[in-house]
Each structure stands twice: as C-alpha cells, then as structure tokens.
Design a protein. Structure first.
Lengths: 72, 186
C-alpha cells in the first residue's frame, strides 16, 4: 500500500527564522532557465488541450467510458 | 526497453478522472507505482488531490509520467518549539495571527517517471510545468511548492531549486522540501 503523504509541519524556532529570512531573498532564474521553463509550459498547454480533446472524443465514442483506462 | 518516441512531439498530457484507473505503470518504485495504479483515483474522488498524466500520443493507456497535486500551506510560528506552542495553545486557546503565520502552497504529492522514459529530463520538464502553472494565470495566490521527497530524489529537487524545510528531519524515507515561486516572478 502506498505510503501516506506527510503533512507539511508548522515551522518553529531556527527552522522558522531561516525560512522567513529565505523569503526575503531573491534567487531569480537565469534567462536560459526561464526560456526553457516557458517553452515547457507552452508545450504543456498544447499537449494538454490535445490530450483532453482526444480523451473527450474517446469517451463520446464509448458511451462516456475511456477505454484507455480501467473504469471504476 | 527504452522507447525512443519520448520527445516533445510524441506525448500528450491529460487530467485523470476519479473513474480512470491506470492499467500499467512501472517507475521502479513500488510505492509510486501503487499510488497511481490503486490510490490516485480515490484521492481525486474525495477531492484531496488531482493527478495529471503524460501519455503516449498514440496510446493514452501508456503513461510516461504522472504527478499529483493538492493544496497546502507553510506555517511559521514565533514559538521556539512544538512543546512551547502546545503549552501556549492549552493555556490561551488557538494562537492569534501574530503567533502563527501561514503562506499558501501547492503540494506535489507524487511525481514519477516510467522506466521507459527515464533519462529524458521528463521530470525536470514536469517540474517546469508545475512551477509555471502556479505563476502564470494562477487562479489563487500560491507562494510555494512543497514536496515530501524520497531520499534518492533529493539531488533532483535541489538541482531544480528546492530547499530543505527542516534542518533536523530524521524520517527514514523522505525529506520535506519547498520551492519559492517568487523567484520566478518577472
């Protein structure tokens, strides 16, 4: 059975102080990393629209059931 | 067998529905496999997490990767420890806002890449997508991404800008990490 997902804890003491201090700092991504991230996201938007359109078409053709999955 | 079709032109993304039970997936980790094969649809059904899958463009039953997301928060307290916090709570009731501050976050519950798609930087691509999802046209405020990272995956997350949440975390399997989305703000 899959391990439970750990809850994010409340931060106390030094952990909280370090976290707040880090929030004030800025570590901007490089122009190259930013360009790559935006390219990946643009691709995702298209691939998601395409994937969901195909999924809806499969469901429409199979009485609301997507045959690519075990439907429960 | 390494499928050579894993590139940007050969996969789609879909959002899995509660009724969609994935037929097969193998990332080499029993826990991550079990989650997508048996648990993800239940998390979705109970509105606890939603899962997205990266699938073969010609056969959506073949998953290359998946990720599951849920709402989260990071809370900080002025108290030096949980013991002090609990003592105050017992005495004073629920602490006021001066004593406890929280910041909205999204929890990356699970992220896994199938064995057939490893070493293609698909995991980094998925992280770039998740980061952008909560910076560009985000529907609610969200400052951080949190993740409960497997020990073996810590270098991957560090390489992608995540930091440790606690200095002393002795969990034998995972470490809590976070990414500050403000670093991506234009």
């Amino acid at each position: 059975m899959a391990r439970p997902i750990r809850e994010t804890p409340i931060l106390f003491g030094e952990d909280a102080r370090r976290f707040i201090a880090r929030m004030q700092e800025r570590h901007p991504e490089t122009p190259e990393a930013r360009a790559q991230r935006l390219r990946d996201y643009e691709f995702f938007l298209k691939a998601f629209e395409r994937g969901m359109a195909k999924k809806r078409a499969r469901e429409a053709a199979n009485g609301g059931v997507d045959p690519c999955f075990d439907n429960v | 067998m390494l499928r050579q079709c894993v590139d940007n032109l050969n996969f789609d993304f879909i959002r899995l529905l509660p009724s969609n039970k994935v037929k097969s997936f193998d990332c080499g980790d029993a826990d991550l496999n079990d989650f997508i094969l048996n648990r993800a649809n239940l998390f979705d059904k109970h509105m606890l997490a939603v899962s997205y899958a990266c699938v073969d463009i010609n056969d959506a039953s073949k998953l290359f990767a998946y990720f599951s997301l849920a709402n989260d928060k990071i809370a900080t307290s002025d108290f030096p420890s949980m013991t002090e916090f609990n003592r105050f709570r017992r005495k004073q009731g629920f602490p006021n806002e001066k004593r406890l501050k929280s910041y909205p976050a999204v929890k990356l519950c699970r992220l896994a890449v199938d064995n057939c798609a490893k070493n293609q930087k698909l995991g980094t691509q998925v992280l770039n997508i998740i980061k952008s999802m909560f910076v560009i046209n985000n529907k609610t405020g969200c400052r951080f991404i949190t993740v409960d990272a497997y020990l073996a995956a810590i270098p991957f997350y560090e390489k992608n800008g995540f930091r440790m949440m606690n200095q002393e975390d002795d969990d034998p399997h995972t470490r809590l990490m976070y990414f500050d989305l403000m670093d991506l703000a234009a």
